[in-house]
Design a protein around this ligand. Structure first.
Ligand code: NAD
Length: 461
C-alpha cells in the first residue's frame, strides 16, 4: 500500500482470492438465520459492543487511515470516533412491528425483516465512516455483511474487520479485499440479496446493471457535483471563507463538498480573488504533521484526473487565479486551485472533479442558474448563500437530495442523505436509512372475533 503523502509503499494488504470470497459468502449465509433470529435487543447490545471495541482500537485505526488515505490525523481520529458513535446511534433506532390495519378483529401488522446477506462496497475517501454507516444498520436489521473496501484504502477496514470480529458472532461480518473484479464477483454472487454501494456514478451504474440479473436490491450513494449559488447580498469575506472550507473538505474528496460556485457576474472577480487568497495560504502536508490543513489526493490516478480537468479548462480559455499544478514535493499533492472564466460546457464544471479545485462561474439571473444546475445529471446537494428568506424560497425549486442555506455538506446521523438522478438510489442514515436494509413482511392473522380495537387501529372496508 502506498502512502499518498510520500508516494512510497509502506505496507502490504492481503488480497482475497475468488475461492476465499466464496467461502466467506458461505459462512455469512449460514450465520444469517441465527443472527436474524436473535431478539433485536441482543443485536443492539452487540452494536454497543462494536462501539466500545472501535473506541479501544481508535488510535490504531486512525493512524492507518491517515497513512493510507492521506487526511490529517485529527480528521482521521474524528472519523473513527464518529463511526464508533454511529453504532450507538443506530442501536437506538426503532425496529418494532407496526399495526397497519384491522380486519374482523385481527390486527394486520407490518414487520421489517432483513434481506439476508448484504454486500457493502465502500469508497476511498471516508473508508471507515462510510463502511460503518452500512454495517451498523445492516446488522441491526438482522442481515449479515461482507464489506469490500476500496483497494486503495483497505488497511483501516481490514483492522476494523478484526476489531469487530472479536465482538460479533462468527460469520455476521467479514471484510474482503481486492480490486473491482472482486467487487463485481461479490455483488454478482447469488448469496447476496442487497448491495449497499457508495462510490462513483460509473461504478454504481455497473452494479445496478449486474444486480438486475437476479433482482438484488440496491442502495447507491453516488457521485456529486454540488453547486453553491451565492445571492447578490451575501457578504464576500465570510461567504468566501465558508465556501473555501466546504470545497476543500478532505482536499475536495468528499461527495458533498462544494464543487462549483455560482456568483452574480458583477461580483465574480471579487469572490475569485478572495478564494484565491485563501487557496494560496492553505497549508499542505503529510497528515501526520499537526500543522497540515490539506493532505494529498488519495492516489496517483486521482491526481492525474484532477490535473487533466484543470489543464483542459485552462486550454479552453479559463483563467487560473491560484494553483493549477501539482505541488513541488513527493506524494500526490495538488495545489488548492481557483479557476474562473470557464467557457460553457467545460468538463471542470460539468463533471465531478473530486479534488481541491473551485471553479468560480458568473451568472446573471438566479432562476437561470437553478435551471442550469437542475439540468446536470448530478443531484446530490446544493447550497444557497445570502439572505435566508430569499435563499429558502429558491431552495424549493432545486432538484437534489439536500439543499442547504448558508452552509454546505452538513450531514447528521439522524437525517437521511441520498442523491437525485445520477447521484444515487435510496438513502442512508437514521430511521430512513435503516429501512433500506429491511423488506416489508405483512402478517395478516386469522380473524379474532371480540378483540377490542386499539387506539390508532383502522378497520378495513
Ligand atoms: P469507485 O467507484 O472508484 O470505487 C468504490 C468501490 O467500488 C471500491 O471499493 C471499488 O473497488 C468498487 N468497485 C469498482 N468497480 C466495481 C464493480 N464493477 N463491482 C463492484 N464493486 C466495484 O469510487 P472511489 O473513487 O473510491 O470514491 C469516490 C466516489 O465516491 C466519488 O464519485 C464520490 O462522489 C463518491 N461518494 C459518494 C458518496 C455519497 O454518499 N453519495 C459518499 C462518498 C463518496
Amino acid at each position: 500500500m502506498e502512502n499518498p503523502a510520500l508516494g512510497e509503499v509502506f505496507a502490504h494488504a492481503p488480497v482475497t482470492t475468488e475461492q476465499h470470497l466464496d467461502e466467506v459468502l458461505d459462512e455469512v449465509s449460514r450465520a444469517h438465520p441465527l443472527w436474524a433470529a436473535l431478539p433485536a435487543a441482543d443485536r443492539r447490545r452487540y452494536l454497543l459492543g462494536c462501539r466500545e471495541a472501535m473506541l479501544s482500537a481508535a488510535d490504531r485505526i486512525a493512524g492507518l487511515l491517515t497513512r493510507e488515505q492521506g487526511k490529517p490525523l485529527r480528521h482521521a481520529q474524528a472519523e473513527v470516533r464518529l463511526s464508533a458513535d454511529w453504532f450507538a446511534h443506530t442501536a437506538a433506532l426503532a425496529t418494532e412491528p407496526e399495526p397497519v390495519a384491522r380486519e374482523s378483529g385481527a390486527r394486520i401488522t407490518l414487520e421489517r425483516v432483513p434481506h439476508g446477506v448484504v454486500a457493502a462496497i465502500a469508497p476511498s475517501n471516508y473508508p471507515v465512516l462510510l463502511a460503518v454507516c452500512k454495517i451498523a444498520p445492516a446488522l441491526l436489521a438482522g442481515n449479515t455483511v461482507v464489506l469490500k473496501p476500496s483497494p486503495v484504502t483497505p488497511l483501516s477496514s481490514l483492522l476494523l474487520g478484526e476489531v469487530l470480529g472479536a465482538v460479533l458472532p462468527a460469520g455476521t461480518f467479514r471484510v474482503v479485499n481486492g480490486e473491482a473484479s472482486l467487487g463485481s464477483r461479490l455483488t454478482g454472487h447469488p448469496a447476496v440479496r442487497l448491495v449497499s454501494f457508495t462510490g462513483s456514478t460509473d461504478t454504481g451504474r455497473a452494479i445496478a446493471r449486474q444486480a438486475a440479473a437476479d433482482l438484488k436490491r440496491v442502495v447507491l450513494e453516488l457521485g456529486g457535483n454540488d453547486p453553491a449559488i451565492v445571492l447578490p447580498d451575501a457578504d464576500v469575506e465570510t461567504t468566501a471563507r465558508q465556501l473555501f472550507d466546504r470545497a476543500m473538505v478532505n482536499s475536495g474528496q468528499f461527495c458533498a463538498a462544494v464543487k462549483r460556485v455560482y456568483i452574480p457576474r458583477e461580483r465574480s472577480h471579487e469572490y475569485a480573488e478572495a478564494l484565491g487568497a485563501l487557496a494560496r495560504s492553505a497549508v499542505l502536508g503529510d497528515g501526520l504533521d499537526p500543522a497540515t490543513e490539506l493532505g494529498p489526493l488519495v492516489s496517483r490516478a486521482q491526481l492525474t484526473r484532477v490535473s487533466a480537468l484543470v489543464d483542459d479548462a485552462v486550454r479552453a480559455g479559463a483563467r487560473l487565479v491560484a494553483g493549477g499544478r501539482t505541488a513541488p514535493r513527493p506524494g500526490h499533492f495538488y495545489l488548492p486551485t481557483v479557476v474562473t472564466g470557464l467557457p460553457e460546457g467545460t468538463a471542470l464544471e460539468a463533471e465531478e472533479q473530486f479534488g481541491p479545485v473551485i471553479p468560480v462561474i458568473g451568472y446573471d439571473d438566479p432562476a437561470t442558474v437553478v435551471a442550469h444546475v437542475n439540468a446536470s445529471p448530478y443531484g446530490l446537494g446544493c447550497s444557497l448563500w445570502g439572505d435566508p428568506d430569499r435563499a429558502d424560497a429558491l431552495a424549493r425549486s432545486l432538484d437534489c437530495g439536500t439543499v442547504w442555506t448558508n452552509t454546505h455538506g452538513e450531514l447528521r446521523h439522524d437525517v437521511p442523505f441520498g442523491g437525485h438522478r445520477h447521484s444515487g438510489i435510496g438513502v442512508e442514515y437514521g430511521h430512513w436509512g435503516l429501512l433500506e436494509y429491511t423488506q416489508i413482511r405483512i402478517h395478516h392473522p386469522a380473524p379474532r372475533e371480540g378483540l377490542a380495537p386499539r387506539a390508532g387501529d383502522q378497520e378495513s372496508s
